[in-house]
Structures are given as structure tokens and as C-alpha cells.
Write a protein that binds this ligand. Structure first.
Ligand SMILES: [Zn+2]
Length: 459
């Protein structure tokens, strides 16, 4: 049966992110066969008929959002348990993550997806957190979201419990993962190679991961950081900076996404730009984790060099929300403050990172990321009948500086309406919330990872 057609009629604005970056006032969009067939002024599309018409007079349309680094899995059931003065929670994080059962991970992932979709994210990269993709497949399928998955592998000792294998086993596991998963769900599911970090993986493993990504014409992502201390250590061990070390392994390139990438210096930026490597930055995690954007954040320089920078929300226990609109807001404001320069990261640039630039970073820019004829129809419709959207003169400014993901009204992925007037229909939210809370209780009891619940007495 052919997919029903859809017309978004007379939107107050469509922010297309097309080549000319047109913002069309009074815009209509015709979606046929899951793709944008036409986009233009409502009058131009007046004769266009569709199976379903959405009256968009009070809606602003944007392309769907891409979350380039988002650990789904363990965190939702225990979100908020880490006290502010804990320091690095990583040892606890991996203990909790390794303790998840199939059923628990499925429920937590489902909740994550509800939160992602309802705030406008149509595609996310899970950097290897999911332990049970077979169990979670149903959640991806039912929700209609796009997902980039991989199995986290390491072959070296790490300061926290990560999945560790013999080098050859890590390679063969990744090869079978790519073969099994890449391209499923009509191409909505992509599988990438996911070595955790260069510190936890041998040179041989990193090289082999990149080779597998190339052979399978897919991507690779890993955690990457630099800074004076790391540069010193890498210099002593390899005679290179952390980024130059990756380049020396042949592990950089357009199908590689470096996550976080804080603390890189000019030479490392040059290396990233020269090799066409992409970066996923998590502005809220960086701020909440006191990572020192003024000293270590180089987003403006990466963008100025034409690097495809995606935004990420990291984990629901770092960022803690999954709202790309808030991530855009943080990206647009934190560099202004850090550099004491209001020209840094304009609102338009923040929106580009969440849409077209983010899609390009994930290798999806030809098919997604903007509202143009021929591209896949992934769209977000914002409800402007809300106080935070008033008054409305510049919709990009309103979106990035006033609004957040809670004004997402309707979300379309591959031409299918997956959030319809604030509602999704793939899971009963009330019972899911109860289940996830119970999982959190069991998980803390089972692992012994728990903390005083609040600095204030809960009576
Ligand atoms: Zn991460």
C-alpha cells in the first residue's frame, strides 16, 4: 500500500535551512512517498491535494533535529541520583549500565525515545550504550525514530567497567554487529563502529574499527578529548597530540564523529578540518560538568573551519534532558559569555547544528537536515499559541532563545506523523513512567549504587 500523502498547509513560517536559508512566511509543504514533494507559499500549493492536511496557521515548521551523542539505556531509571558534589560519576554510570536487564533496557530506551521525539529529535546516535539491541528493536520500530547504534568495545584496562574483549573478538563482534543491523527498519536504523575511546582501545583495535566502518560504508564514533595534560601524556607515549595520534592510525575522516572534543588546540582543529572529520559536542554536559568552555571549548573555530559539528545531549544523567532546543540555546549563549563576545554562535548557527550540519556530521546530509523537494520528510511543527513564542518577528530567535522542546506540537519522520498534536501512540506513557521508576528502585538496590536523595530532607 503506498504511504498516505500529507500536506502541511499555510504554516506561519517554515524555516527551511535550504541553500538560501529561506524562511517562508505562509508556507505549505507537500509530502509524498515519505519525501518532501513541494515547498512554497500556501497560494502556490493551493491546488495540491493530500490524504491528510494539517492546518499549520499557528505552527512554525523546522527540519527534524539530530542528536549526535546520546547515551540511551541505563540513565532514565536513575536520573538525578548523582549529587552535584560527586565529581565524575563514570564508575557508577558503567556499573549501573552493565547491570541492566533486557526488559529494563527496553523500557528505559522507550522512555528516552518518547522524550526525544516529543522535543523534536528525529535521529540520535547512541554511542554504544545499548546492550540488548534485539530487545530494543521493537522500541525503535514502534516509535518510528531514526537511530544509529553500535556495540561499545574496548580491549584495554579502563578506570571504569567497560565491555572489554580480546582485540580480535572486539573486531569480529563489531563486524557481525554491522552486518546484522545496518540498514534495517527501511534504513532508519544504522550501525556504526563504536570503540569507546582511544585510551581504552589499542592502536590495532582503533585501526580495525575504522577499516570496518569504511568497508561497510558506515560510520565510527568515539569519545575524544584533549587539553594540556592529555597532550603531554600523548606526547610522552606517542610523540603526538591526541588528535594527531588518531590521524596517525588512519582513524579520522568524513565518516568519523569525535564526541565532545574539548581541549583541542589549533593544530588539532587543523587536523580535524583537513581530514573532514565531524564532531559531536554536548554544550550542556560541558557546562554542567564544569568543563571550562572558556578554556576548552572550540566550537566557533571548528565551525569557522567548515567542520560539521553536531549537537548532543550525552546522557540523561549528564545533560540531564534530551531537548535539542535547550542544547541549541546553550550552544548559542555559552560562547558569547565565555568569549565576552555577543557575535559568537548566532541563533541561526545553533539551528544549523541541530539540523543540516548535524545531519551532515552523521553522513545523512544528502537525504535529511533541510526542507527541500526530494529530501526525506522529517519535520518538526512548533506550536506558537504559547506565551514564550510571543511576539513573533524572527522565528529563529524565538526558537533558540525563547522556546524549548515543550512547544513541539507535531513530529514527522519519513513522512509519517509520529507525534500528533502533542501525543504519541506507540506506548502508554503513564504505565511506562511507573515501570521506569520501579526499575530505578531495583537497579539501585541490586548494584548498591545509591546516594542520599537530596541535600534537603524529603519528609
Ligand atoms: Zn558519551
Amino acid at each position: 500500500m503506498p504511504q498516505p500523502s500529507l500536506k502541511i498547509d499555510n504554516a506561519r513560517y517554515a524555516i527551511t535551512v535550504d541553500r538560501e536559508r529561506r524562511i517562508i512566511a505562509g508556507a505549505s509543504i507537500l509530502v509524498e512517498g515519505g519525501r518532501v514533494a513541494r515547498v512554497g507559499k500556501a497560494a502556490e500549493l493551493a491546488g495540491a491535494r493530500a490524504d491528510r492536511v494539517i492546518d499549520a496557521r499557528h505552527l512554525v515548521v523546522t527540519p527534524g533535529f539530530f542528536n549526535g551523542h546520546m547515551h540511551i539505556s541505563y540513565a532514565h531509571p536513575v536520573r538525578g541520583i548523582f549529587p552535584d558534589d560527586l565529581g565524575s560519576p563514570l564508575a557508577h554510570v558503567f556499573k549501573l549500565q552493565m547491570a541492566m536487564t533486557e526488559e529494563e533496557e527496553y523500557a528505559a530506551s522507550l522512555l528516552g525515545i518518547v522524550e526525544l521525539l516529543k522535543s523534536g529529535t528525529v535521529c540520535f546516535v547512541d554511542p554504544g550504550s545499548t546492550k540488548f539491541p534485539d530487545a530494543c528493536l521493537q522500541a525503535y520500530e514502534d516509535s518510528g525514530i531514526r537511530v544509529i547504534l553500535g556495540e561499545c568495545v574496548t580491549d584495554r584496562e579502563a578506570p571504569f567497567p567497560l565491555p572489554r574483549f580480546a582485540t580480535n573478538e572486539a573486531i569480529s563482534r563489531t563486524a557481525s554487529f554491522l552486518e546484522k543491523w545496518h540498514g534495517r527498519l527501511d534504513g532508519r536504523l544504522r550501525a556504526w563502529a563504536m570503540p569507546f575511546s582511544p585510551e581504552s582501545c589499542s592502536a590495532d583495535l582503533v585501526r580495525a574499527m575504522k577499516r570496518l566502518a569504511d568497508e561497510h560504508r558506515t560510520g565510527l564514533t568515539l569519545h575524544h578529548g584533549s587539553g594540556p595534560k592529555a597532550r603531554q601524556e600523548y606526547q610522552a607515549q606517542h610523540g603526538l597530540s591526541p588528535t594527531a595520534y588518531l590521524e596517525s592510525l588512519g582513524a579520522l575522516g568524513p565518516n568519523v564523529v569525535l564526541a565532545h572534543a574539548l581541549g583541542i588546540d589549533d593544530a588539532e582543529i587543523d587536523c580535524i578540518a583537513r581530514t573532514g572529520t565531524a564532531v559531536a559536542m554536548c554544550p550542556i554536559t560541558a557546562a554542567k560538568g564544569a568543563r571550562g568552555i572558556a578554556e576548552h571549548g572550540r566550537m566557533p573555530e571548528l565551525l569557522a573551519r567548515g567542520v560539521n559539528v553536531a549537537l548532543g545531549c550525552d546522557s540523561p544523567n549528564n545533560c540531564n534532558h534530551l531537548d535539542l532546543v535547550r542544547a541549541m540555546n546553550m550552544a548559542a549563549i555559552q560562547y558569547k559569555d565565555a568569549r565576552q563576545d555577543m557575535r559568537q554562535i548566532p541563533a541561526e548557527t545553533a539551528l544549523e547544528m541541530a539540523t543540516l550540519t548535524g545531519a551532515r556530521a552523521l553522513g545523512l546530509g544528502d537525504e535529511l537536515g533541510s526542507i527541500e523537494p526530494g529530501k526525506k520528510a522529517d519535520l518538526v511543527l512548533f506550536d506558537i499559541q504559547r506565551p514564550e513564542w510571543q511576539a513573533l518577528w524572527n522565528p529563529v530567535s524565538n526558537l533558540v532563545y525563547n522556546a524549548d522542546g515543550r512547544s513541539v506540537h507535531t513530529v514527522i519522520v519519513d513522512g509519517r506523523v509520529v507525534v500528533d498534536a502533542y501525543r504519541q501512540s506507540f506506548v502508554d506513557e503513564a504505565s511506562l513512567f511507573v515501570k521506569v521508576q520501579e526499575i530505578g528502585e531495583r537497579l539501585q538496590a541490586r548494584t548498591g549504587v545509591s546516594f542520599p536523595r537530596s541535600r534537603w530532607p524529603i519528609v
